[in-house]
Ligand binder design. Structure first.
Ligand code: RIB
Ligand code: CA
Length: 313
């Protein structure tokens, strides 16, 4: 099997970090062409720092990391230090990055890559606000038809919001960018809170990370121990939801997930429901489906895959 070529667009964030580690641990299935950073969980300067810290932790300082947009298209930046800590990567004590940040802007890298690679051969994996992707689509509409698939973490339907009563964080931070992406016509697979809230790092699963005994295993245990506080307090969850790694696991073992192809629209008008992903789950409109909206996961299978792969780094 030829590894799938992907660009990970990210706002690390501990769960983003685990997603990057899983991708880098899976070269037979995934060829990471580059990592593009966006403002989200923490400001851009920190997301660009954190992405490089994780690449070096994985032993991949050769990877190209790009800084992208430092604010949403049409709103003030909302960050989530209350979940991820001041640095965005609180938990483990990891060294400052030595590898360089690329000079090229992340949006230009996305455009150039999609223009240069064969049509339908590159997938975009956004796991933060969609500002970089939407900006690239606005600047170079010709690249939309070249995208193989967008597999993104964002949104919610049955789980409703985690940052407002109706909106999930990634979509809420930049609803206008999300609206552009969901209207683009590119093939989209969505990992919403409906599925990621079923991928919980229980104590036993955290112990399995730590039992790897490697810097990656121990750091993953420390990262997930840190960022579980928010969900424990809010939802009474038995552990941290591993939102972003669901995107990467889907590329490796799609059979772990089930969903429904539905129409998804983004609320961009009302502050009451700003950033809501309005999924027509029951087909009550005649609107054409535009996204595969994932609702369920084989959680044991997911953690078995994740732990085994992390053990390879
Ligand atoms: O709502 C969860 C999402 O917001 C995850 O991608 C997390 O990293 C934050 O970006
Ligand atoms: Ca993220």
């Amino acid at each position: 099997m030829t590894p799938r070529k992907i660009i990970i667009d990210t706002d690390p964030g501990q769960d983003d970090a685990v997603a990057i580690l899983l991708a880098l641990a899976s070269p037979a299935e995934i060829n990471v062409l580059g990592i593009t950073c966006v403002a989200g969980n923490v400001p851009l300067e920190l997301t660009a720092r954190n992405a490089r810290i994780i690449c070096e932790l994985a032993g991949h300082s050769e990877l190209r990391v790009f800084a992208g947009c430092d604010r949403p298209l049409g709103r003030d930046l909302v960050t989530a230090e209350y979940v991820h800590g001041k640095t965005g990567l609180d938990g483990p004590d990891l060294p400052e990055p030595q590898m360089p940040l690329q000079d090229q802007h992340a949006v230009e890298f996305i455009i150039e890559t999609l223009r240069n690679e064969p049509k339908g051969s590159v997938s975009l994996c956004p796991v933060g606000p969609l500002t970089n992707v939407a900006t690239a689509f606005n600047k170079a509409p010709d690249i939309v038809e070249k995208v193989q698939e967008i597999i993104l973490m964002g949104g919610a339907y049955f789980q409703v919001g985690n940052v407002t009563p109706t909106a999930e964080f990634n979509i809420y931070v930049d609803p206008h960018a999300a609206d552009i992406v969901f209207r683009s016509g590119a093939p989209i697979t969505v990992m919403p809170l409906d599925v990621t809230h079923k991928a919980l790092v229980t104590q036993a699963r955290n112990a399995a990370f730590r039992a790897l005994g490697t810097p990656v295993g121990i750091a993953t245990a420390q990262m997930t121990e840190f960022f579980e506080r928010y969900d424990r307090e809010k939802y009474g969850s038995p552990g941290a939801p591993l939102h972003d790694p669901c995107v990467i696991a889907y590329l490796i073992r799609p059979e772990l997930f089930t969903g429904r192809y539905v129409n998804v629209r983004i609320e961009t008008q009302s502050e009451l429901t700003m950033g809501m992903t309005v999924a027509d789950w029951w087909g009550v409109t005649d609107l054409a489906p535009n996204a595969y909206f994932v609702g369920d996961i084989d959680a044991d299978g997911f953690f078995e895959l994740l732990t085994e792969r992390l053990g390879r780094l």
